[in-house]
Design a protein around this ligand. Structure first.
Ligand SMILES: Nc1ncnc2c1ncn2[C@@H]1O[C@H](COP(=O)(O)OP(=O)(O)OP(=O)(O)O)[C@@H](O)[C@H]1O
Ligand SMILES: [Mg+2]
Length: 260
């Protein structure tokens, strides 16, 4: 049973995932596959459950029910050690940068290397400098997070997420708060990491330009339900109102239409 997904190239398999906060259902039988080496983009209006989905996929919140499989193994059935091993193979940059304010930017980026990596301590400084320069923060290594702008903190969070070159990277709105040049640089970075290292990305973003440039597959949520999965081209030609509305981009309507 579990062999199928890995054989058809899926690196993550999600089936009938139900997520709840208390009695409120936030994700309702969500089903999809993320193919290995793909850039998989999650779309949807504010409050529809995108961050909740990432938190479940990364094992930070246990599902109410359903399946999330990595290499055919359901994370619900993993013991602590297996979960930690799975999480070692993923990089996560959440919506808020999640940096530790008491450490320098460089120390924050070094954290996964120090914690998990069997990385030679003598190499850590060069790796940190490399990752920071990839996100345009070459000069921020010795600064404190509090001294950076919101966009810079965000980029430092991205550098930390890719510190260990994990095979799967999750980004929650990576370009929010970045200027257009930085945002397009980030797209290039993602495409390069995909091409050079075969990294799989799961990205939440609203940026149409970026989606058109990088997405192999898009998934669109509406009030916790999947209303579309397919390529960008398929999304652009979708008959579904909400999908069309997003791609024809009437952003104000789209973004302010809040869900309960
Ligand atoms: N910790 C929590 N406890 C209770 N409810 C929550 C919690 N986190 C999120 N929610 C609710 O779950 C729903 C989905 O939230 P989520 O953060 O996943 O949305 P989102 O799609 O990421 O939105 P945005 O685009 O604004 O980041 C919202 O109604 C939100 O209020
Ligand atoms: Mg969110």
């Amino acid at each position: 049973m579990s062999g199928n997904h890995t054989e058809n190239g899926a690196i993550i398999h999600v089936k009938d995932l139900v997520a709840k906060y208390g009695d409120t259902t936030v994700l309702d039988h969500v089903t999809f596959d993320v193919a290995r080496g793909n850039i998989f983009v999650i779309l949807g209006a504010s409050g529809c459950g995108k961050t909740t989905l990432l938190k479940h996929m990364t094992g930070l919140i246990p599902a109410a029910s359903g399946v999330i499989e990595y290499g055919g193994k359901n994370i619900a059935g993993m013991d602590e050690e297996e979960l930690a091993l799975m999480q070692r193979g993923i990089g996560i940059a959440f919506q808020s940068s999640g940096l530790f304010n008491s450490m320098t930017v460089g120390e924050n980026v070094a954290l996964p290397l120090v914690e998990y990596g069997e990385v030679d301590p003598r190499l850590i400084d060069s790796i940190v400098r490399l990752k920071l320069s990839l996100v345009g923060l070459a000069n921020a290594q010795h600064k404190m997070p509090g001294e950076l702008s919101g966009g810079m903190r965000k980029r430092a969070g991205l550098a930390r997420a890719i510190a260990l070159d994990p095979p799967i990277v999750f980004f929650d709105e990576p370009s929010a708060g970045l200027d257009p040049i930085m945002a397009s640089g980030l797209d290039e970075l993602v495409l390069n990491l995909k091409a050079l290292l075969g990294i799989t990305f799961v990205i939440v973003t609203h940026e149409l330009d970026s989606i058109r440039k990088v997405a192999d597959q898009v998934l669109m949520l509406d009030k916790g339900v999947v209303i579309f999965t397919g390529t960008v081209e398929e999304a652009e030609n979708s008959e579904h109102d909400r999908v069309r509305q997003f791609f024809e981009r009437r952003p104000d309507e789209f973004m302010t239409q809040r869900n309960i």
